[in-house]
Design a binder for this molecule. Structure first.
Ligand SMILES: [Zn+2]
Length: 105
């Protein structure tokens, strides 16, 4: 489990925490636009289509843990990858911060 330092109070918090449990300051990583995500649907769509069985689209949005899980299970024997594929198309797929991918490019 990776830990980061709060931008507000400097206390150590978990990197996936959307806000600091100590001071309530929102935690935004540099690669993310405020209130959104820099990840786009099109790359995720292509990665899932060609390499969905390897969890490539999950690695793309930063979900390394479940990406590895998909890799070793071959995308949940294709079913999990297919579900993700549908989620990506309908704009319901989320990045590691829980932000939905809503823009194609
Ligand atoms: Zn804090």
């Amino acid at each position: 489990m990776a830990m980061v330092y709060c931008r507000g109070c400097g206390k150590e918090i978990h990197e996936t925490a959307p806000t600091c449990p100590n001071c309530g300051a929102p935690q935004v990583t540099p690669d993310d636009a405020p209130g959104g995500t820099t990840k786009r649907i099109l790359p995720a769509f292509l990665l899932c289509f060609f390499l969905g069985w390897a969890g490539a689209h999950r690695f793309y949005v930063g979900k390394i843990g479940t990406g590895i899980l998909q890799l070793v299970t071959f995308g949940g024997l294709g079913i999990w990858a297919l579900i993700d594929f549908i989620m990506i198309i309908v704009g319901a797929f989320r990045d590691k911060h829980g932000v939905k991918l809503t823009q194609w490019t």
